[in-house]
Write a protein that binds this ligand. Structure first.
Ligand SMILES: Nc1ncnc2c1ncn2[C@@H]1O[C@H](COP(=O)(O)OP(=O)(O)OP(=O)(O)O)[C@@H](O)[C@H]1O
Ligand code: SF4
Ligand SMILES: [Mg+2]
Length: 337
């Protein structure tokens, strides 16, 4: 099946914080979003998830440099004239970010903001655009939508603002939604409601979602396919059930072991240390300094992202894969199967 979005060998560089030259915050990232699926991009803070997402719609400003290809609808978005890219942004590809307060305009009502998007993208007259805005607020589960449309962002709760952002993103029925930590700032109950909303809208609208999160719990509940990112690299990729049942990369196993729900009766362990900053990776495997399975050869050369034990649906970047039985034993009820 042809992918809706196909990122090929993406590299994002910034000027080094110390000394001359550039350092890479995303390095050789390739990932696909097939039609109608939710693809997760997961990793700790600083792994390069947001810079990857921002590159898709060329939202990074110089001096950032972006190389590689981002194929969408038969075109490379990185080479598209600005005018053509504007027709895709917010129309065929929409984005939702973590903090709706920074993305919403404080001096316009939320109804005006959604209506503005509709007018711009669908060229609808003012009254029809307002009606569509109210309809969108209803779609995203906001009660008394006609009344709430007249509210300013600060008059709404965090969860409601995030619903407004999703409504705004979906007002033009995009083919692809890129959601970067859409629920991180919300409490657990509201988070569950927003995830449920995303699942429902995805099914109703038949769109694809690239979901960025550091939270494997969110991945378990939402994604079909998972990409695990570490220090600018994709280190593991598999269908969601396999990531949870048989993680093959020690980093993925580390992320799972630090989740209270999945650790279950096993020992709960955080991965010691932190993600190395761009340009300060150890030689060879970038995870070597934190890895429990490290061997001498891990430091000699960086492993490629390859089929794990020949399994083409499950890729891992590791020369000493986690054995498949490592996670045998009880796993959380409700884990994806
Ligand atoms: N504009 C920038 N200039 C220089 N370095 C940057 C810039 N933006 C991001 N970085 C660096 O790139 C790396 C990856 O950042 P990114 O924001 O993509 O991480 P992330 O995976 O989204 O993390 P988080 O979970 O905290 O959002 C980090 O080390 C960050 O400091
Ligand atoms: S290549 Fe080596 S250091 Fe890197 S994750 Fe695999 S076992 Fe660990
Ligand atoms: Mg981020």
């Amino acid at each position: 099946m042809t992918a809706l979005l196909d990122i090929v060998d993406l590299a994002v560089s910034f000027p080094a914080s110390e000394g001359p030259g550039m350092v890479r915050a995303a390095d050789g990232v390739s990932l696909e979003v097939p039609p109608g699926t939710t693809v997760g991009l997961v990793g700790e803070s600083g792994s390069g998830k947001t810079v990857t997402a921002l590159s898709i719609l060329r939202l990074l400003e110089p001096p950032a440099q972006v190389r590689g290809a981002v194929r969408f609808g038969g075109k490379n978005l990185l080479e598209l004239p600005e005018r053509e890219l504007r027709a895709i942004r917010g129309n065929r590809i929409a984005m939702v970010f973590q903090d709706p307060m920074t993305s919403l305009n404080p001096v316009l009502t939320v109804g005006e903001q959604i209506a503005e998007v509709v007018r711009l993208h669908e060229k609808r007259p003012r009254r029809a655009a307002w009606a569509r805005a109210v309809e969108m607020l209803e779609t995203v589960g906001i009660s008394s939508p006609a009344q709430r449309a007249r509210a300013y962002p600060h008059e709404l709760s965090g969860g409601m603002r995030q619903r407004v952002m999703i409504g705004m993103a979906l007002a033009c029925k995009p083919d692809l939604l890129i959601a970067d930590e859409p629920t991180t700032a919300l409490d657990v109950t509201v988070q569950a409601q927003i995830l449920e909303l995303l699942r429902r809208l995805r099914a109703d609208m038949g769109m694809s979602v690239l979901l960025i999160t550091h939270d494997l719990g969110v991945v378990a509940e939402t994604c079909d396919l998972v990409n695990v990112m570490y220090a600018g690299r994709i280190v593991e990729r598999a269908p969601v059930a396999r990531i949870f049942a048989t993680p093959r990369h020690p980093y993925t196993l580390g992320l799972l072991s630090s989740m209270p729900d999945f650790a279950g009766p096993r020992r709960l362990r955080a991965i010691p240390g932190a993600v190395p900053v761009p340009g300060k990776h150890p030689p060879g495997c970038r995870f070597a300094d934190r890895c429990e399975r490290v061997l001498d050869r891990c430091r000699a050369a960086e492993p490629a992202l390859e089929p794990a034990d020949g399994d083409r649906a499950h890729l891992a970047r590791c020369c000493n894969l986690v054995p498949k039985e490592a996670l045998s034993g009880p796993v959380r009820a409700g884990a994806p199967s």
